[in-house]
Design a protein around this ligand. Structure first.
Ligand SMILES: [Mn+2]
Length: 412
């Protein structure tokens, strides 16, 4: 395929109104008709999910999050767990990577969010008896960003449901799929299920108040603090406002950044270069626990004047498994840029046809395993050399899209 410039990405992307799901064309009907059509679609989805849950009554399920779960994923999984409980389904919420953002750690601690880490290589995970689970559910992901999914697939655990708002990823089939790429947050989707009557929140139950607070945080953080929210997100937030604890949310948001995160942001600032309103910054090597500094740096860089898109990447060392990965994040404020398409186009696929990353509206990410070159080396000259190879290669791939006329970086 011919390489795509940013301009042609614009043409192809279609950030449509949420009403797209109803199959209606924009502009042809009044807003009220569209809202009621949307309402009907939601009722239908709620009915389908209800039937699904009834069919699986009494089961034990695993709710799988991406390896580095964000507030949208964490809160949505919790909402699913509480809904499923109504149908006598017991859920365990799992992730394989790490909770590295200070806000996510605070969210989990302060709300008592019931999430567990199953590290893939740890003996505890390997000894788990997976036969006691009858199904798994993917929330805010479609299995491509979790190391646990291949293990569960190999163990023959069926995927009962996928509920997500990232672009549809091929290759994972589920009994029930609710993927809405035009919806800003999975928390919005889960709130709609609550509103449709799958579970009635009660202000006197602290678990409900805490879950509503988490959902509010999830939907705010996936909509850039409501700045990019659409009607359905505001409606969901309005519903949650009846139950959530604003003081608790404030405490979660006030959690401070660690020094390491600040240092990564500092190197992102120092190392950034801007091409055609896109800022690109490599931050060198960082520890696995600080991985979330990358999206935080991207969040910050995208706030610069005349910049609409930021890409930040670094080499992350996973001490547990002695593996190195190039990890990157993209943030954009340009509504017509499709991060999923951009990242897939920039980095392509591995030998097995899997893309190195993807995205949703306004944000995306990628992970590129370093293979034979992976592994820590104490020699600093060697480390420098390795970084400069990856740094150059990634810039080259990105510039092919951002700055097609002048994409080959000359060495100096
Ligand atoms: Mn999300």
């Amino acid at each position: 395929m011919v390489s795509t410039s940013l301009q042609s990405v614009d043409l192809k992307s279609d950030l449509c109104s949420p009403n797209m799901n109803t199959g209606e064309k924009r502009g042809s009907r009044s807003a009220n008709t569209l809202t009621s059509l949307n309402g009907r679609a939601q009722e239908q989805r709620a009915e389908t999910l209800k039937v699904l849950l009834e069919r699986h009554q009494g089961e034990s399920q695993l709710v799988i999050l991406q390896d580095f779960p964000d507030p949208d994923a964490l809160s949505s999984a919790w909402a699913y767990q509480l809904i499923a409980e109504q149908y006598d389904i017991q859920c365990e919420i799992l992730y394989a990577g790490t909770l590295s953002h200070q806000e996510n750690i605070a969210l989990v601690k302060l709300t008592n969010l019931p999430v567990q880490r199953w590290a893939c290589q740890s003996p505890k995970t390997k000894e788990k008896d997976l036969s006691s689970y009858q199904g798994c559910v993917l929330i805010d992901n479609q299995g491509t960003t979790s190391q646990l999914v291949p293990i569960l697939k190999a163990a023959g655990i069926p995927i009962t449901a996928i509920i997500d708002h990232h672009s549809l990823q091929e290759g994972t089939e589920a009994e029930y799929t609710d993927v809405r790429p035009n919806t800003r947050a999975t928390a919005t989707i889960m709130t709609q299920y609550l509103q449709a009557g799958l579970l009635e929140f009660d202000n006197n139950i602290s678990e409900h108040v805490n879950c509503a607070t988490a959902l509010m945080h999830g939907l705010r953080s996936d909509t850039n603090y409501l700045r990019q929210a659409q009607e359905e997100d505001f409606l969901a937030a309005a519903y949650l406002s009846r139950f959530y604890d604003s003081q608790l949310l404030n405490t979660v948001l006030q959690s401070s950044r660690s020094k390491q995160v600040m240092d990564v942001i500092e190197s992102a600032l120092k190392n950034r270069s801007v091409y055609n309103n896109v800022t690109i910054a490599g931050v060198g090597f960082l520890r696995y626990d600080n991985r979330d500094a990358i999206p935080q740096a991207a969040d910050f860089l995208v706030t610069e004047d005349n910049v609409h898109t930021a890409v930040v990447y670094g080499i992350v060392h996973d001490e547990d498994e002695d593996l190195e990965l190039v990890v990157g994040s993209l943030r954009t404020t340009k509504l017509t840029l499709d991060p999923d398409e951009f990242i897939k186009e920039a980095f392509g696929q591995d030998t097995q046809g899997r893309f190195f990353g993807g995205g949703r509206s306004l944000a995306g990410g990628f992970e590129i395993p370093m293979g034979f070159l992976s592994g820590l080396n104490e020699n600093s000259e060697y480390a420098k050399l390795k970084w400069s190879v990856y740094d150059t290669q990634i810039k080259q791939k990105l510039l092919r899209l951002v700055n097609p006329e002048n994409s080959v970086i000359t060495s100096h």
